[in-house]
Write a protein that binds this ligand. Structure first.
Ligand SMILES: C[S@@+](CC[C@H](N)C(=O)[O-])C[C@H]1O[C@@H](n2cnc3c(N)ncnc32)[C@H](O)[C@@H]1O
Length: 220
């Protein structure tokens, strides 16, 4: 089965390359699993990787909450950016701990390993400018619940970033019951405090991000 699947991807990529050019979304998706930061895996599309540092330097947040740490490459990247600015803290949440010493000893990173449902929002009470990044299960129900929970602590002008709506374009959203994009659409139907920020979603062309429609900016 795996051989047939790999063969299918190989042929499909060759056809796509022939018709639309040197690389395509599946190449980028494949590559994003190989991205590391300071040697630590960081599952990030290169476009989003660039945009994250823009957001950090533009907003200079007091706190970034990352839901879904994995090995922690993204937490480390954000914490190092904060170190360069001299401001901010990262709370990174997972259901297990795959992180190494570099993460554990970083002065700007706090690890939480009991899942986002057990993260006490009281932990955010001393912070004003908060950004939340949801990069956990990507299942529709989880994502919608996360959005509803964490949208409450985003101040006006800041972001709730919902990762990996790209799964819809990659035809994998069905496995996630509609995934992040469905959750974003449902949330936006009932909420007028957030807008999809096209500055980031469309920076390199329409939907040139893995966080499709996922840069949610609080406007009121
Ligand atoms: C896509 S990976 C995160 C990648 C990471 N943000 C990065 O940029 O390298 C998804 C992670 O979400 C975690 N996860 C799954 N359910 C979770 C939950 N309820 N709360 C927090 N993290 C969860 C998984 O254990 C996994 O490590």
């Amino acid at each position: 089965m795996k051989i047939i699947k790999n063969y299918y991807y190989l042929i499909r990529n060759k056809i796509l390359k022939h018709f639309i050019g040197a690389y395509n979304i599946w190449d980028i998706y494949g590559g994003h699993f190989k991205v590391t930061y300071r040697g630590i895996p960081t599952l990030k599309c290169p476009f989003d990787y660039v945009m994250y540092q823009m957001i950090i330097s533009e907003l200079k947040p007091d706190l970034v909450i990352e839901i879904g740490t994995n090995f922690g490459g993204t937490s480390l990247y954000i914490a190092d950016l904060m170190e360069a600015i001299g401001h901010g803290e990262v709370h990174t949440i997972d259901i297990e701990d795959r992180t190494e010493k570099t993460l554990k000893q970083h002065p700007r990173i706090k690890l939480f390993t009991n899942g986002w449902k057990n993260y006490d929002l009281e932990n955010t009470s001393k912070f004003l400018k908060i950004i939340v990044i949801d990069d956990a299960s990507h299942i529709y129900e989880d994502t919608l619940e996360t959005i509803k929970t964490f949208s409450k602590i985003i101040p006006v002008g800041s972001y709730l970033i919902i990762e990996d709506g790209i799964v819809s374009r990659l035809k994998r959203a069905k496995l996630l019951n509609g995934g992040p994009l469905r959750a974003i659409e449902d949330f936006m139907k009932t909420n007028d405090c957030f807008v999809v920020d096209n500055k980031y979603c469309n920076m390199f062309g329409e939907d040139t991000t893995f966080n499709t429609k996922g840069y949610l900016k609080r406007i009121k």
